[in-house]
Design a protein around this ligand. Structure first.
Ligand SMILES: [Mn+2]
Length: 289
């Protein structure tokens, strides 16, 4: 089927199927209209897809070949430049269309800035939101804009979704106070461990939406991102936590956001591409139905 707002862009290196037959469906949202520091997240979906070209579809430690799975890629949302709210609304509609076409499909969103995560969360309405991020993103508004990337977790909290945040190392007092008031648990990057992750997440209600702001990882792995922060997480300590999560909680959707960059082979995009393949692989291998 044709999606009203989407257009085809560069495809992943995997054989693809139609949405109706897919277990996973990739949608890019190439929006970076509120980026505060380093621009380029509009190229994130294309760079992540291009980064998959370098990867083997076989995942060694899972004995899973992604080329044998049913994966769709519906292309990128046609964004409204400079207007996050209008773009989010189109994203919500598109993800709803996707779920109407195939109620069992798991949407995988490639960003684009983190403000766009509101779209899949609103469309899928999980009970919990688990996010890896350097930033709390709990501001009520930023630069007079409540739809700025720095506000996305706050907007999601206002939907009544329970939130847990990991890898945090940047925020302001107002955000810390809001988190305390609303019972939002956040784990500083210095205190992060897979054990700590399990402790926090085990009591969260299902289903769960998972968001990865690529800036949660250490800066050395992800230099091309909107608001880079030193002192982040390592790849395998995030993968291990995600594996535990998909084994123990039903996942309704997943995203990789804030990958920016201007050139093919960008390190940040390669991190995003590897993460994309691992997430699909772990869902297939361990995913709770
Ligand atoms: Mn962030």
């Amino acid at each position: 089927m044709e999606f009203f707002y989407t257009y085809k862009s560069i495809e992943t290196a995997l054989p693809l199927v139609d949405v109706e037959n897919a277990k996973f469906a990739i949608l890019g949202i190439p929006f970076d209209g509120t980026t505060s520091y380093k621009p380029g997240a509009r190229f994130g979906p294309t760079l992540i897809r291009q980064g998959t070209v370098n990867l083997e579809s076989y995942i060694l430690d899972y004995d899973i070949d992604l080329a044998e799975l049913n994966i769709a890629d519906i292309g990128d949302l046609e964004v409204v430049a400079g207007n996050p709210l209008q773009t989010v609304k189109m994203g919500i509609e598109t993800i709803r269309e996707l779920k109407e076409a195939n109620p069992n499909v798991i949407p995988i969103i490639l960003g684009g800035e983190h403000s766009m995560t509101y779209a899949p969360v609103k469309a899928l309405m999980p009970k919990s939101y688990v996010v890896f991020d350097a930033h709390l993103d709990l501001r009520d508004e930023y630069e007079s804009n409540p739809w700025n990337h720095a506000c996305v977790a706050r907007r999601i909290s206002e939907l009544g979704v329970e939130i847990a945040e990991f890898g945090i190392r940047s925020g302001i007092r107002e955000e810390v106070e809001y988190a305390k008031e609303k019972g939002i648990t956040w784990v500083h990057a210095r205190e992060y461990s897979v054990e700590r992750f399990k402790e926090v997440v085990k009591d969260l209600p299902e289903p769960v939406y998972v968001s990865i702001d690529i800036d949660a990882f250490d800066l050395s792995m992800v230099p091309s991102t909107g608001t880079p922060e030193a002192g982040g997480l390592r790849f395998w300590e995030v993968i291990e936590a995600l594996e535990w999560l998909v084994k123990n909680k039903r996942i309704v959707g997943f995203d990789i956001m804030e990958v920016a960059g201007m050139e093919i082979g960008d390190v940040t995009a390669l991190t995003g591409a590897k993460l994309l393949f691992y997430f699909i692989g772990m869902m297939e291998k361990f995913g709770k139905p």
